[in-house]
Every structure is written in C-alpha cells, then in structure tokens.
Design a protein around this ligand. Structure first.
Ligand SMILES: *Cc1c(COP(=O)(O)O)cnc(C)c1O
Length: 424
C-alpha cells in the first residue's frame, strides 16, 4: 500500500458487521474465564490485554497504523511526545550509561536529557549535527548505548544527516533513534536511511487538529541486539521481573524492544495514551498525507513571499534554495519538509511585537505543526526571561518569529502577513 492508503486503512480491518472506525475500548481492565489464562498473559506467554496501563486495543490499532507508515515492525503509543523520547532512550540506557545526542533537538528533549536524565545517572554528549568526523568519533564512549537526533529540529529547522549518524552509530554497535515529528513518515522515513528507532510527538502533524497530546515509539526491527549482547543486557539477558524472560530471544529482533518498553516501562512508569485520545489521533492520521502536502505547499509560498519582503531581515526554511540545508532536505525529503518557518523582521523586538499584534488569521499560540496557522515570538513569550544577548547566544534572536503555516487558503495567510508587516 502507498502511504496515502495506509493513513486510511492500515492497523485495523473490520470483520463482517464490525464498526468501520476503530472501536474505543474505554475500559481499564479485561475479563478472563480462568486465573490460569490470565496468568499466561502476566508471564508474557500469551498475547492479550489485562490492564490499560500497559496496553489497550484502541491504542494498538493506531500504533500498528503508525508502524506501517514508518515501515517498522512494532510500535507503542505514549501519553506525550516527552514520554516517547524518554522511554526510547531509557529502554536502552540506565545509570552509568552514556548517550550521544545531536545538539539540535527540541528544547523539551534537551532539558529531559541534560537535566532530568542526567539526574538518573545517564551521561549525554551533545554534538553539533554538522560536526566533523573527528568530533563525532570522539563523542562515543565504551558505555554509549544509543545515538539520538531529530529529522528537522524544532525550532532551529536544522536537517539531520540520518545516514551519516546511522553509520556512526552502527560502527559503534548501537542504534540510532530519530525524532521524526516535523517531517512525519509522509515526508521522511528514517528507517530507509538506517535509523533503528523512530519517535514522534503525535501532538503535532499526526493529530494535526490541536486535539490531543501524545507520542509514539516505532521499532524498525533492524537492530540485532543479540549481536551486541553485552551492551544491551536489558534485552539479551533474563528479566527477573518477568520470570526470566529474555526479550530478544522470545520476541525476536522485530518485537523485543517494544515488548520490553511495554511490559517494563509502561508497567512501572505509566504514561500510556488514553484510548479516547488514540481514537482522535487515528482520525487525524487519516488525512495526514493530504494535509502534509498542503502544509508544505503553503509554507513554500509563504517562505518565498517573506524572503522577498523588504521588512523581513532573514528567513529560515529548508525548502528555500538559499537555505543551508536545502540540498540535504532534497535528499531526505524530496516531496517537502514541513510547514514551520522562522524569520526575523527588520527593527528587532519592537518591530516583531508590532507585527505579531496585527495578525488575525495567524493566531498566537505556544504550538506548532497543525491545521491552524499559528505564530510565536519567543523573545516576548517562551524565552521572555532572557536578555537580548542571551537570546542571541541561544540562537533565538529578539527578532525571531516562528510561524507554523496551516492548511487555510494560502492567499488568506499571505494577506494577513502583508497587513501585519505593513503596520511596522
Ligand atoms: C513537541 C515536541 C516534542 C514533545 O512532545 P509533547 O507531545 O509536547 O510531549 C518532542 N519532539 C518534538 C520535535 C516536538 O516538536
């Protein structure tokens, strides 16, 4: 099936007389005829559901659809993108381990790694995604367990060289995890470039309508855990909390990683996606392919318009030939990148504030990547505690405006920008 068809059909095929849409199994628990039967589920000897903290049928339909879209073998929904990022790494690394991460990642992920997960005893080395071979090589340590990067970084819009980082990770016997939120599997399939695990904040384009916070982790099934037995004892040695099951043996290369994440991390830490949210996410996914096409077409026109405007100082969009990442974006995302653009207005902070206050179609919101065009001025909102000097050092100058181009008619978006720029 093509991606467009998978968006609609993958993950759930109703049998004769069953509901056309996925059923919402709004139940915490599941009934069994005998204790023995239920016991088999607890021992991971049989597949099935017993408690929604670990697994729920509605979630699994949607996880299967996303696995199909990414070309993976298994997937798990999480309550948020943050939970997906956390579990994706914590499923492989614990206290005393080390992770190599691109420095160009979502701010929330950076805090999670650099502050919270460091407190858990995991060390991180952040590398410039465009660093030299020597720098990349030097980042790896004996105890490195995985590499992490973001296809198109939010908000820097850096395009990650997936193939290069996959090769480096594999040379050191560890998997590459890619946060594919901004590109979505419609525009980029990281597994085709060597990534082993993909994560998403489904809150963004996958849901696409500002309805639900959520995340997902997908396994390609390509990483051979048993070939690196000593590095990943959690997958290759018996789990005493599950009567000695060895995930990589029992569930194979395609199932071990997600089964461990479900049966250990979800069991102990929770943060599963609510079935109702999974249902709404599924409705969003049905139109993902057509929406992405429109997001990219609109954003391309808006970026070109802004680049030609006399009141605009600079524009950052990987779809512009003038962009540093244009060629790399063409390689990994030949059909388009995403709908998010950042740009600066001439006149710095006061000009940006005037511009923002005159927008009508583009709404001010701390959100990106959904159907509604929205806009954020970090210097006066999310980053308002910082001085102009600190903002520049963080790569978020006082003039920076982040514009998430929606799927309204592009003429209305352009007219809105025109009148707001005229007010400066
Ligand atoms: C928003 C976002 C996240 C975090 O997702 P939440 O659903 O907000 O928890 C992670 N990665 C990227 C790229 C994001 O844009």
């Amino acid at each position: 099936m093509k991606q467009e068809t998978k968006c609609i059909q993958a993950g759930y095929t109703p049998a004769n007389g069953e509901s056309r849409m996925i059923p919402i199994v709004q139940s915490t628990t599941f009934k069994y005829d005998t204790s023995e039967e239920m016991g088999k589920l607890f021992d991971l000897e049989k597949e099935g559901y017993f408690y929604t903290r670990l697994q729920n049928p509605t979630n699994d339909y949607v996880a299967k659809k996303i696995a199909a879209l990414e070309g993976g073998t298994a997937a798990m929904l999480t309550a948020s993108g943050q939970a997906a990022s956390f579990y994706s790494v914590f499923n492989l690394a614990g206290a005393g381990d080390h992770v190599v991460s691109s420095a160009a990642i979502y701010g929330g992920t950076y805090n999670l790694f650099n502050v919270t997960m460091r407190r858990m005893g995991i060390e991180f080395t952040f590398v410039d995604p465009d660093c030299s071979e020597e720098e990349l090589e030097a980042a790896f340590k004996e105890n490195t367990k995985c590499v992490f990067g973001e296809t198109i970084a939010n908000p820097a819009l850096t395009v990650f060289d997936i193939e290069r980082f996959a090769n480096a990770a594999h040379k050191h016997g560890v998997p590459l995890i890619v946060d594919n939120t901004f590109a979505t599997p419609i525009n980029c399939r990281p597994f085709e470039w060597g990534a082993d695990i993909v994560t998403h904040s489904t809150t963004k384009y996958m849901d696409g309508h500002d309805m639900t916070v959520g995340g997902v982790i997908v396994d390609s099934g390509n990483f051979d855990w048993m070939a690196h037995k000593d590095k990943f004892p959690g997958l290759t040695e018996p789990d005493e909390s599950y009567h000695g099951v060895t995930y990589a043996e029992r569930f194979g290369q395609g199932g071990a990683y997600i089964t461990k994440a479900t049966s250990q991390l979800m069991r102990d830490l929770g943060s599963i996606q609510a079935p109702m949210n999974a249902y709404l996410l599924n409705a969003g996914l049905e139109s993902l392919a057509v929406r992405m096409e429109r997001h990219c077409a609109n954003a391309q026109k808006v970026a070109e318009y802004l680049e030609a405007h006399e009141k605009v100082a600079w524009v950052n969009y990987p779809g512009l030939p003038s962009n540093k990442y244009y060629e790399r974006a063409k390689k990994y995302m030949p059909n388009g990148t995403c709908g998010v653009i950042s740009f600066g207005v001439k006149g710095g902070r006061p000009a940006a504030e005037t511009f923002m206050s005159h927008l009508k179609v583009a709404m001010i919101a701390t959100h990106v990547a959904d159907a509604h065009t929205c806009v954020l001025h970090p210097a006066s909102s999310t980053h308002r505690q910082m001085s102009d000097e600190e903002l520049i050092a963080a790569g978020v100058g006082p003039d920076l405006v982040r514009l998430s181009v929606g799927i309204e008619h592009v003429d209305d978006i352009l007219a809105d920008l025109e009148q707001a720029l005229a007010a400066i």
